[in-house]
Design a protein around this ligand. Structure first.
Ligand SMILES: [Zn+2]
Length: 188
């Protein structure tokens, strides 16, 4: 034995990593399979805190977090409606070489929409383990000229399919963080 399990456990403890993950990553070092000239890899963890910028969708996420109200962006020139309003200037007008900033358009506490495409996430990330399959879908919100990706919650006995009607679901106000997870959809 080269790397002791005790030392592997210490690496895990020091780096806040699941000991099983360290033992798996360092298996060849623990059971002595690693050759003298093989690259020696020792797991470690970098703790960093980053800010996710909501950029042009800042108002959208702040209004949703604080008041539970959805907003879209509406072009004052051509009426193009973008939901969520994640771009500053009208996507339609810019193709004609014109720059028009979207104006905020209050939608209300609920958004309806239609499923335009369905995907199924079987494993997802480690934090999703055990939560079952998830269904990120392309949703065309009512009145919007675009579609956006968001999770649709499955319902026992019903299929999430293209053309299905959905309604928005909001996380409780006290749990809303101003991020994309503050809302999702369910079959209507
Ligand atoms: Zn426009």
């Amino acid at each position: 034995m080269a790397l002791s399990k005790k030392a592997a456990g210490e690496i895990a403890r020091r780096n806040l990593i699941d000991p099983a993950l360290v033992e798996k990553a360092a298996a060849a070092e623990i059971d002595g399979r690693a050759g003298a000239d093989d690259v020696l890899r020792v797991p470690f963890r970098i703790g960093v805190t980053l800010n996710r910028s909501m950029a042009h969708a800042s108002r959208f996420f702040r209004e949703l977090r604080d008041r539970g109200v959805f907003y879209a962006g509406r072009c004052p020139a051509c009426g193009h409606v973008l939901f969520p309003p994640v771009r500053p200037v009208c996507l339609r007008c810019i193709k004609k070489g014109e720059l028009w900033e979207y104006e905020p358009l209050e939608i209300g506490p609920e958004v309806g929409g239609t499923v335009a495409a369905v995907s199924r996430l079987v494993r997802g990330t480690s934090k999703d383990l055990g939560k079952g399959d998830r269904y990120p879908c392309l949703i065309r919100a009512d009145g919007a000229d675009n579609a956006h990706w968001q999770l649709v919650h499955p319902v026992e006995g019903r299929t999430i399919e293209v053309g299905a009607r959905v309604k928005s679901v909001l996380v409780d106000q006290a749990d809303r963080t101003g991020e994309v997870g503050d809302f999702s959809y369910r079959l209507a």
